[in-house]
Design a binder for this molecule. Structure first.
Ligand code: 6CS
Length: 316
């Protein structure tokens, strides 16, 4: 059989690297072939999700930034400063989280999806046309965000004017000045040339980009046990691979950006400068409890417990 797998990035970007590893493992360990559909070949993120739910595609890599519109609980990943910047803690969290491995799967099932894994893609950085050191600097600044209501709330709390847009419209909207900022991990800012249409990169430390791989549930349930195991093993191998792949990636990407555009500024806000941004977390959490669906509270509590366990496991 040929299994069709779509994702939201190019082959050389993080989701593409993950997908290629998955394909390699599946093809080495079974008679199945995996056909990869990178960003742009089948539409936007929302389109590949629809195609997977309807069974036209077998696998979809979509980030909670978009899935949050479908599964309100998945918006939890946009509570600012919830995820740690420490890589060991972060990886331990993704590997062991009960929220991810036990609480989320039934919610994805209700949407016809088998949640196979969630993995991190890197520290999220804000890129804008004017420098940002405080929420006041974001006043009236239209910042493109993924189409996720809680992410909109988070940027409102940061003092900005959030503008939800599909990814494909972002470069053009920055170029024409309809919006003045966007956020993404450094590798993506570099590979999609966001530095051509924005002039300042600000590291608020507010999030790490989370993404997820899912399968169409009817397809997955209909597979023999043996094939399901091939998929699970391929996912595990791709997870390990993508964590290694990201070592040093942010720094390398920032260096490439500086080389391509020497006038760019890259600013890591100090603890003191971060305080007013961090102070919004409580209000955004409250908003999550309101709009995050029936399991919002259980998910948030479990996430916090999982994060505390990950901090302990990684030695604080
Ligand atoms: O901002 C976005 O929409 C995109 N960002 C990343 C890192 N991956 C895919 C997603 O569509």
């Amino acid at each position: 059989d040929t299994w069709r797998y779509a994702f939201e990035e190019a082959l050389h970007e993080v989701q593409g690297q993950f997908a290629q590893k998955f394909k390699e493992e599946v093809e080495a360990n079974s008679d199945h072939t995996v056909q990869l559909f990178p960003f742009g070949t089948l539409g936007e993120s929302a389109d590949i999700m629809e195609q997977t739910q309807s069974g036209i595609l077998h696998f979809v890599n979509q980030s909670p930034g978009f899935t949050g519109a479908l599964i309100p609980e998945a918006q939890v990943f946009f509570v600012p400063y919830l995820l740690p910047q420490n890589q060991d803690q972060l990886v331990s969290f993704f590997r062991n989280s009960k929220a991810i491995h036990e609480l989320f799967p039934p919610l994805y099932e209700q949407q016809g999806l088998e949640l196979l894994t969630m993995y991190p893609e890197g520290e999220v950085m804000l890129t804008t046309k004017a420098p940002v050191a405080s929420p006041e600097d974001l006043n009236e600044v239209k910042v493109r965000v993924m189409t996720n209501p809680l992410l909109v709330s988070a940027y409102q709390a940061f003092g900005a004017t959030p503008t939800p847009l599909p990814w494909g419209e972002t470069y053009g909207a920055l170029q024409t000045g309809i919006i003045q900022g966007q956020e993404n991990p450094a590798f993506f800012i570099e590979s999609t040339k966001m530095y051509e249409v924005t002039d300042h990169i600000t590291r608020l430390g507010h999030n790490n980009f989370t993404t997820a791989l899912m399968a169409n549930k009817d397809f997955f349930d209909g597979l023999p046990e043996e094939d399901q195991q091939v998929i699970r093993d391929a996912v595990d191998a791709a997870f390990d691979y993508i964590i290694d792949y990201q070592t040093g990636l942010s720094d390398e990407s920032l260096a490439k950006i500086e080389e391509a555009k020497p006038s760019i500024t890259i600013t890591e806000l100090t603890e003191e400068q971060r305080q007013p941004f961090m102070a919004t977390a409580e209000a955004v959490e409250q908003e999550f409890l309101k709009i995050g669906g029936p399991q919002a509270e259980a998910i948030l509590e479990q996430m916090k417990a999982d994060l505390a366990a990950a901090a302990e496991a990684a030695g604080g």
